[in-house]
Design a protein. Structure first.
Length: 319
């Protein structure tokens, strides 16, 4: 009898140590623009600090981890906006700092004084299936000090990412919607084809349209491209100056999407609506190399723009 009880205890321990199934929900949390520090720090989140190592070493929240958006992106200059192709390896690295799909993560940065780095990290985590992510400004770090002393980083079991392809768009697909011409499906990657249910070459629907349950012709009429760079950058060069671009292109600087606390700014919805960007549209964002545009998509998704995507390659890859 004792032997049987011993076996049952061992089985229970083994089950408890098994890796949890990756969960990806279809809806993003609506993040309030006046979220309190107490609520941000509830549930003992993993805290990522995206500032420079120098700034991090000067002052940081106890227990926070210093990361850079480049840590998860390609290294070659023309592709540096793209995420690393081996996302399984990225997920393993995240597990070593205590992050899995069910982990609450707070990303600290410089907010509107920075370049959207915290939003880029938040978007990266969401692409991998980590949904409970909040960005905020590091200047409030005294308010964000953990109430209890940190026990240090606790590793999580390795997990396989369930990639949310609806958060990003590649160069070929982006050009197809910019020029409003059906793309050649032969260029579709195996990963994207698999994510879309194995669409064969020559399928009638372009990839993004399929993700949102539309055909290409219906989708292209709903597309609007939001260039989130500053007005001066936009004035010097933008997609409207490229021959053949037919999709509407508007300029709304990424800083408009965040308030002074680094949280998504609901007031930007008025600016978006005035330029014809509503929640029924497919919103494709672009910046120089996918950092500020990723930040904008993070904010858009948190405000209910379910059909917003980041063109991570940006102008650097386009040219």
């Amino acid at each position: 009898m004792r032997f049987i009880i011993f076996l049952l205890l061992i089985a229970g321990l083994f089950t408890a140590c098994q890796e949890k199934a990756t969960k990806v929900t279809a809806q993003e949390p609506i993040i309030s623009s006046n979220l309190s520090a107490e609520k941000i720090m509830a549930d003992n989140p993993v805290i990522l600090d995206v500032r420079s190592p120098f700034e991090y070493n000067l002052a940081h929240v106890p227990g926070s981890i210093n990361v850079r958006w480049e840590d998860f992106s390609e290294q070659s200059p023309e592709y540096r906006g793209l995420l690393l192709s081996d996302l399984w390896n990225v997920a393993r690295r995240l597990s070593l700092i205590g992050i899995d799909p069910d982990t609450k993560v707070v990303v600290l940065g410089k907010g509107r004084q920075g370049n959207g780095e915290e939003g880029r990290i938040a978007w990266t985590l969401q692409v991998l299936g980590v949904r409970n992510v909040i960005t905020t400004v590091h200047t409030s770090y005294r308010e964000l000090n953990p109430k209890e002393e940190s026990e240090g980083i606790k590793n999580k079991p390795y997990w396989k990412p369930v990639v949310d392809e609806s958060l990003r768009i590649g160069l070929d697909d982006f050009k197809a919607y910019a020029f409003q011409e059906l793309p050649e499906m032969k260029s579709m990657s195996r990963a994207r084809s698999k994510a879309l249910g194995g669409l064969p070459p020559g399928a009638l629907d372009a990839p993004v349209a399929s993700l949102f349950g539309m055909n290409f012709n219906d989708a292209k009429g709903k597309v609007v491209i939001v260039d989130v760079r500053g007005p001066q950058e936009f004035a010097i060069n933008n997609l409207t100056k490229i021959k053949g671009v037919k999709a509407p292109v508007v300029n709304i600087e990424w800083r408009e999407f965040f308030n002074d606390k680094g949280l998504p700014n609901k007031e930007v919805e008025k600016i978006l609506a005035a330029k014809g960007v509503t929640k029924d549209k497919i919103v494709m964002t672009i910046s120089n190399h996918g950092v500020r545009s990723a930040s904008a998509v993070y904010a858009l998704r948190s405000m209910g723009f379910r059909q917003s995507l980041n063109y991570a390659g940006g102008y650097e890859q386009w040219k």
